[in-house]
Design a protein around this ligand. Structure first.
Ligand code: G1P
Length: 292
């Protein structure tokens, strides 16, 4: 796929506190949905959309992510010797040849805006994607591909949004927008995690962004918020004064895998679709249901 967006930023330095204790020594992005870690689904979505440079903004305790996208000689030699060719092909195919991984450290947990700002020198003066791996989106074409299509047609930043329960506005960036036409609307305002009483709508931003490089100046000028963080949402709010930013109600199913219930739902749904598991797993679920 020949896309105008060549680079994606994956902020992966977050502490994963909602998933403790499993995230004490393991990156939350390495939690598996059936047999692939969350970060691999996110990377596959980016690569399928034509992205070639994967910029991971990482931190201490996250080395497993680098290892996952690296070659594992011992494993490959062993699989070859044992004739496990299908497994070997799937291991080797995790990243296509033309794709590069770039790792930058975010030394302190200073928020999503700080993470994105750290990628500035690598991104340069071109539009780019930001992908949060704990939002798993099952869609065809992928959510990022849908967003790139909108970006290419309108030449603006694009945020993926969906309707959220009105009681959950304090978990999301929430937008105020004009009317939607073909799933697209112009954003008038955006606010990070408003209380249900003060939220401008029930449209929440999910972890997918196509941003113009204008975002970097806005983030660089932002101070820290009350939690000592630099919020990407606040940078986007400032960008609105200079540029048009669009919201896309994407087609597909999103799972909040940073949350235990969302993670379990995704696990069940992906198991039901897994070619090697689906029959036995559905059978198990049916039996479990009758036992209740
Ligand atoms: C982040 C963003 C928020 C966005 C959300 C999507 O929040 O700050 O604006 O709606 O991702 O998942 P977090 O989930 O990291 O608290």
């Amino acid at each position: 796929m020949n896309s105008t967006i060549k680079k994606a930023v994956f902020p992966v330095a977050g502490l994963g506190t909602r998933f403790l204790p499993v995230t004490k020594a393991n990156p939350k992005e390495m939690l598996p949905i059936v047999d692939k870690p969350l970060i691999q689904y996110a990377v596959e979505e980016a690569v399928a959309a034509g992205i070639q440079d994967l910029v991971f903004v990482t931190g201490r305790g996250k080395r497993a992510i680098e290892d996952h996208f690296d070659k594992t000689y011992e494993l490959e030699v062993t699989l070859e010797a044992r004739g496990r060719h299908r497994m070997l092909t799937s291991m080797r195919g995790i990243l296509p040849e033309e794709v590069s991984c770039i790792y930058i450290r975010q030394p302190e947990p200073l928020g999503l805006g700080d993470a994105v700002l750290r990628a500035r020198s690598i991104i340069g003066n071109e539009p780019f994607a930001v992908i949060l791996a704990d939002d798993l989106i099952d869609a065809a074409p992928g959510c990022i591909a849908q967003m790139i299509d909108v970006h290419e047609r309108h030449g603006a930043s694009v945020l993926a949004v969906e309707s959220i329960p009105p009681t959950d506005t304090d978990k999301y960036g929430v937008i105020e927008s004009g009317d939607f036409a073909n799933g697209i609307a112009r954003i008038d305002a955006i606010v990070e995690k408003p209380s249900p009483a003060s939220a401008p709508s029930n449209l929440g931003v999910v972890g997918r962004y196509i941003l113009t490089p204008g975002i970097f100046d806005q983030l660089a000028d932002l101070g820290r918020d009350d939690n000592g963080e630099i919020q990407l949402t606040d940078g986007i709010a400032r960008l609105l004064a200079h540029e048009r930013v669009l919201a896309l109600e994407f087609t597909g199913q999103r799972y909040d895998c940073g949350d235990k219930l969302g993670f379990l739902k995704a696990t069940v749904e992906y198991a039901i679709k897994h070619p090697e598991l689906k029959d036995e797993f559905l059978d198990y679920l049916a039996k479990w249901h009758t036992r209740r």
